[in-house]
Design a protein around this ligand. Sequence first.
Ligand code: NAD
Length: 299
Amino acid sequence: MAKEVGFIGMGAMGGPMARRLMAQDYKLTVHDVRPEIVAEWRDLGADVAASPAELGSRVETVLVSLPTPDVVREVALGADGIAQGSMVKTFVDLSTTGPNVAAQVARGLAAKGITAVDAPVSGGVAGARAGSLSVMLAGPKALCDRLTPTLRIIGKNVFYIGPTPGQGQMMKVINNLLSAAALVASCEVMVLGTKFGLDPKVMVDVLNVSSGRNSATEEKIPRAVLPRTFDVGFRTELLHKDVRLCIEQAEQLGVPMWLGQTVRQMWAFAMSQGDGQQDISTIIKHMERWAQVTVGKTD
Ligand code: NAD
């Protein structure tokens, strides 16, 4: 694959992923709606496109890392979208878009001769910086194989999920429902143990070499809750969106999700409290308030 790509959405995840490509001598043409971010990328030496359509007229392969399915649909198929570009052949969606919109976007782009590939990622901002993300690919196998060396720069674990648009997205929303469940369950027990008088640091050390360990006890709680920095780097509104996308699929398929529904309610509650822009680790603050304890550093 040519070492020249377009990149749209230079946010918490897109920024570090694009930097890794640039560090490997990829020539980047970028686009974002935030002028200050665009200026930063111009200073770093990237070309800048004023719209997705313009970007799609300059490069054959476009990678996007955008917040919501609606934004992905607009950037791909909107009046000034990538589909209006004269050069683009491949659209790679690194965002968590969900299977339905992924399939819709793939159909819309196919009508313009552009092939869509799902490539949602997991591993957070730290993983994006370190290049240790997992990437869940769906699309034509030969194309996914051609994209893999490029995607390995951003994620060391690149998985081929299947040929049908949306399959990578389904894998991703399943992962995130589980991760969201692990976070709320772990926060709940950390609050309980602290209320009882256990030392939260000791609790985490025990859990992490015992059967209760998970991505929240291993990373999020020790790194962002105990030091009270609340800086996992993932906004509540985005995780709430991922849980919603997963439950919507379950409902479409008629699959009961007892725990999934409860997890969804927990994140819906956080949204109702105005937490949309807050880091996902702040969910523990509600549980702390109910129990009247603080988990971790208190000074
Ligand atoms: P973000 O909000 O930090 O970044 C999104 C970027 O897209 C921003 O720079 C924003 O200005 C830009 N943008 C928004 N609308 C646009 C438009 N119409 N045209 C061009 N640019 C536009 O979000 P993020 O945390 O980087 O997440 C991006 C995607 O990756 C989401 O789908 C999220 O669910 C997924 N994701 C996030 C994480 C994480 O830990 N943050 C981990 C895995 C996956």
